[in-house]
Design a protein. Structure first.
Length: 528
């Protein structure tokens, strides 16, 4: 079942279950593919089994290849078997070679058998040599080494490495031993002759053997062979046998096989068996399998199991464990060993940790391991830290980790430090602002009165000493005031101005409001 209330039934073609949100099948029953497993796999798929996502066949029935096994293998492929990916024959029928086995082996190949990848003859008919057996042996050779000028057998009457020497004239039937030129019928036959030279001639340099010190087989390493028999100690790649004159099987890795048996020491990718003649399953990654059992050493992406026959869960990111099928990573929105669980909808980009499902980040407004907790309302932009819910910044008027405390009412614009709650450094409280203005005004008026008083007292004393006058003290004070206003007013205010420049509060003062007409005029009127 699926849906918000699990009220909808999964498709009957789903294997076991489907995704809760979309209803898409997690896996399909055999023979089906698609999101809801509504499509049929191709009849050309082996066992009618295909990939759920795209319908590609896992393997094809014999004679077919391609993603959906829609193309026919070449008729020249042995048992009509070819590679699923490109149609190349796994093995050719006899006398054919090439990727599609479309080319005939040379008629000069012995039994018309050649290597499937390059058409090289495994052996030549008598009188021929070369990779394709298209070169004639030396004139008097009946058979020769495929890759050199050495003759294996000479026409009657000749002997030597290239059969270019004539047997003695008294040999019966003009036949002599190829290596030595000794007549085959002298001293009652070959065996006696061989025993004689075996005991007499053993002093050849490396690479030669026999009484005539002829060359060892080119299949020998270096080449070095036994000085009496010509048997090789070690064989080069692609050769085996006592004299290293027999070819290794075609699919031996690096052309190496055991000297005595000729079985491959290892196989090329795609093959297994003693002689590497059997094909690995197409489900094996890079077509590599165990040489003895044929079991895959690893599976192609998307498959798992001993024989790579099981499909990884649909929510795996690319691949799963070869043995258990557990996902190595999940697609976005999923978690769990099989990626069968859904990440929280509050996870950022729907991404969460595979094992425990904890979100890798939260969408705006949430925090916590699963982003299930909401950020405090006082967080700026409704954003907070996932691990503890602390606000990244507070809205105006709030402070503390969760912005759950109010700034002091005295803070200008209700702004305070998020950690301590103290008002910002350059701002002053509303309560302090009027007090500063009052102090500034009072100080200014006080300075003016003190200066004027000192000046008047000095003038009065000078007049009383130097010039007797009937003028009343009140009139004298008035005249002094008048002179001071005419001569010294500017200087007095300049000094006041200088004093005020050191305090920003004085610069802010304007003309006094509702000031009396003059203190000294009031004094004069009082005296009358």
């Amino acid at each position: 079942m699926y849906g918000d209330f699990c009220e909808l039934a999964c498709s009957t073609n789903c294997k076991n279950t489907c995704e809760k949100d979309s209803g898409h099948c997690i896996d399909c029953i055999n023979g089906k593919h698609g999101d809801t497993c509504q499509l049929d796999c191709s009849d050309n798929c082996r066992d009618k089994t295909c990939m759920k996502d795209n319908g590609y066949c896992l393997e094809c029935i014999p004679g077919k290849y391609g993603d959906r096994c829609e193309a026919d293998c070449s008729e020249n492929c042995k048992d009509r078997k070819c590679m699923k990916s490109n149609g190349h024959c796994i093995e050719c029928i006899e006398r054919k070679y090439g990727a599609m086995c479309e080319i005939d082996c040379s008629n000069n190949c012995k039994d018309k058998i050649c290597k499937e990848d390059n058409g090289f003859c495994l052996a030549c008919i008598h009188g021929k040599k070369g990779s394709h057996c298209d070169i004639n042996c030396a004139l008097n050779c009946t058979t020769c080494n495929q890759t050199s000028d050495q003759c294996f057998a000479c026409k009657p009457g000749f002997y030597g490495n290239t059969c270019n020497q004539v047997c003695p004239g008294n040999c019966k039937d003009k036949t002599c031993v190829q290596d030595t030129g000794v007549c085959t019928d002298l001293f009652n036959g070959k065996r006696f002759v061989f025993v004689i030279y075996q005991s007499l001639f053993t002093d050849c340099e490396d690479g030669f053997f026999g009484p005539m010190c002829v060359s060892c087989s080119t299949g020998c390493v270096n080449p070095v062979c036994d000085q009496l028999s010509g048997n090789c100690r070690l064989c080069n790649a692609w050769f085996h046998g006592r004299k290293c004159d027999q070819s290794c099987p075609t699919n031996c890795q690096g052309g190496k096989c055991f000297k005595s048996s000729g079985h491959c020491t290892g196989c090329d990718p795609g093959f297994y068996g003693k002689d590497c003649t059997q094909a690995c399953s197409m489900k094996c990654n890079n077509l590599i399998c165990n040489q003895t059992s044929g079991l895959c050493t690893d599976c192609v992406p998307g498959l798992y199991g001993p024989n790579c026959t099981l499909t990884c869960p649909i929510s795996c990111q690319n691949d799963c464990d070869r043995n258990t099928g557990e996902c190595k990573a999940c697609k976005d929105g999923k978690h769990g060993l099989m990626c069968d669980r859904t990440c929280s909808s509050q996870c950022k980009h729907r991404r969460c940790m595979q094992i425990h499902g904890n979100c890798e980040g939260c969408v705006q407004g949430f925090h916590g391991d699963n982003c299930s907790k909401t950020c405090p309302d006082s967080c700026i932009h409704n954003t907070c830290l996932q691990e503890n819910g602390h606000c990244k910044g507070c809205k105006a008027g709030y402070y503390n980790d969760h912005c759950d405390r109010s700034c002091p009412l005295s803070c200008t614009l209700s702004v305070c430090d998020q950690t301590t709650g103290s008002c910002s450094g350059k701002e002053q409280t509303n309560a302090d602002a009027p007090n500063a203005s009052t102090v500034g005004i009072g100080t200014g008026f006080g300075l003016i009165i003190v200066v004027l008083t000192i000046v008047i007292i000095v003038l009065v004393r000078r007049l009383s000493r130097n010039q007797p006058d009937k003028t009343t003290p009140t009139q004298m004070i008035a005249r002094s005031e008048l002179k001071m206003r005419e001569k010294n007013t500017d200087t007095t205010y300049d000094e006041i101005g200088v004093i005020g420049t050191n305090d920003a509060n004085y610069e802010q003062l304007g003309p006094p409001q509702n000031e009396p007409t003059h203190v000294y005029q009031n004094i004069a009127k009082t005296s009358q």
